[in-house]
Design a protein around this ligand. Structure first.
Ligand code: SAM
Length: 279
C-alpha cells in the first residue's frame, strides 16, 4: 500500500528531505492509482519492468510484490540511499536492479541487452518526460507496453494531429511506434506534495510493426519543426544537396505541395520521408 500524505511527510522529515520541484518530486499517495497503474499494465507473468524515478518506492514495491523484476533509475542520491535500505532485500535477491543516474542518459536503467520483452511503468518526472521518450526511441528497444503518468498537456501534445498547434516532432515519432490505448485522469490530491498541474495515466502499446526513425531523420524533422509555420519549400533551401533531393523526391512521391507548412503534414507522410532511401 502507498504511504498516506502524513506518512510520506513523516518519512521525508526523517530523511531530512525536502521534495525537489525541479525533479518533479510529487510522490504517489493514493492506493487506487497504484492499483490502476498495474491493472492498466496487465503484465504477463514475470515480465521485467523498467521504472523511471522510483522515489520512495511506492510503485516499485507493488510491482515487486506482483513478482516482476524491476530495473529502476533514480537521479536523487538521497532517495537512492533510502531505497537501498527499504528495498535492500529485493536488491539482494536480484529482483530489483537500481541505479543512480539520469533517466535521459539511461532510459532503460540497467536492463540487460538480452532482455527483449519488457514493460515500462512509471510516474514520470514531468521535466524529462519528452527527452526521456526521445532517448527511449533512440535505444531502438521498444517496450511492449508503457503505463506512464504524464502532465495533461504532454498527453494532448503526444496525441495531437497535423493541423493543430500542439502537433510536434515527438508526437510523430511516438505515433510510428505506439498506439494509444487508454487514458485515466488523476486528481492532484493523489500526490504529495500536491502539484500545481493536472496529471493523466496513459497506456501506450507497441504497434505490431513499429517504425523507428533513425537519428538523422529525427534531427531533421525536429529542426524543420522549429520553424513549423514556414513553407517546407523555403525551409529546405539551406539544407545539403542530399537532404534537398531526398525531400524533393518525398514531396513528389506523396503529392505534397512545397507550400505546405511542416505542421500541415501528417505523421504518416513524415514517416514516408524517413522511409525514403538515403542516396
Ligand atoms: N515513483 C515515485 C512515486 O510514484 O511516488 C516518485 C515519482 S516522482 C513524480 C518522480 C521521481 O523521478 C522522483 O523520485 C525524482 O527524484 C525522479 N527523477 C527526476 N528526474 C529524474 C531523472 N532525470 N532521472 C531519474 N529520475 C529522476
Amino acid at each position: 500500500m502507498p504511504l498516506s500524505p502524513t506518512e510520506t511527510s513523516k518519512i521525508l522529515d526523517e530523511l531530512d528531505h525536502r521534495p525537489k520541484k525541479k525533479l518533479g518530486q510529487n510522490f504517489l499517495v493514493d492506493g487506487n492509482i497504484v492499483r490502476k497503474s498495474l491493472a492498466m499494465a496487465d503484465l504477463p507473468e514475470g515480465m521485467p519492468v523498467v521504472e523511471i524515478g522510483p522515489g520512495l518506492g511506492t510503485l516499485t514495491k507493488q510491482i515487486l510484490a506482483n513478482n516482476h523484476p524491476v530495473f529502476a533509475v533514480e537521479i536523487d542520491r538521497e532517495l537512492v540511499k533510502n531505497l537501498e535500505k527499504t528495498l535492500g532485500r529485493f536488491i539482494a535477491d536480484q529482483q530489483l536492479d537500481l541505479i543512480q543516474g539520469d533517466a535521459v542518459k539511461y532510459p532503460l536503467a540497467n536492463l540487460p541487452s538480452d532482455i527483449k520483452e519488457f514493460a515500462v511503468v512509471a510516474n514520470l518526472p514531468y521535466a524529462i518526460s519528452s527527452p526521456w521518450m526521445e532517448s527511449l526511441l533512440h535505444t531502438k528497444r521498444i517496450p511492449f507496453r508503457m503505463v506512464v503518468m504524464l502532465q495533461k498537456e504532454a498527453v494532448s501534445r503526444m496525441n495531437s494531429t497535423h493541423g493543430t498547434k500542439e502537433y510536434n516532432a515527438l508526437s510523430i515519432f511516438l505515433k510510428a511506434a505506439f498506439t494509444h490505448i487508454q487514458t485515466h485522469p488523476v486528481s492532484r490530491q493523489c500526490f504529495f506534495p500536491i502539484p500545481g498541474i493536472d496529471s493523466v495515466l496513459v497506456q501506450l502499446d507497441r504497434l505490431e510493426a513499429p517504425f523507428l526513425f533513425d537519428q538523422e531523420d529525427r534531427a531533421l524533422i525536429r529542426k524543420i519543426f522549429t520553424q513549423r509555420r514556414k513553407q517546407i519549400g523555403s525551409l529546405i533551401k539551406k539544407e545539403s544537396t542530399d537532404v534537398k533531393e531526398k525531400i524533393d523526391r518525398w514531396l513528389l512521391a506523396n503529392k505534397l505541395d512545397r507550400h505546405l507548412r511542416p505542421e500541415q503534414i501528417s505523421a504518416i507522410n513524415w514517416q514516408q520521408l524517413a522511409a525514403e532511401p538515403k542516396q
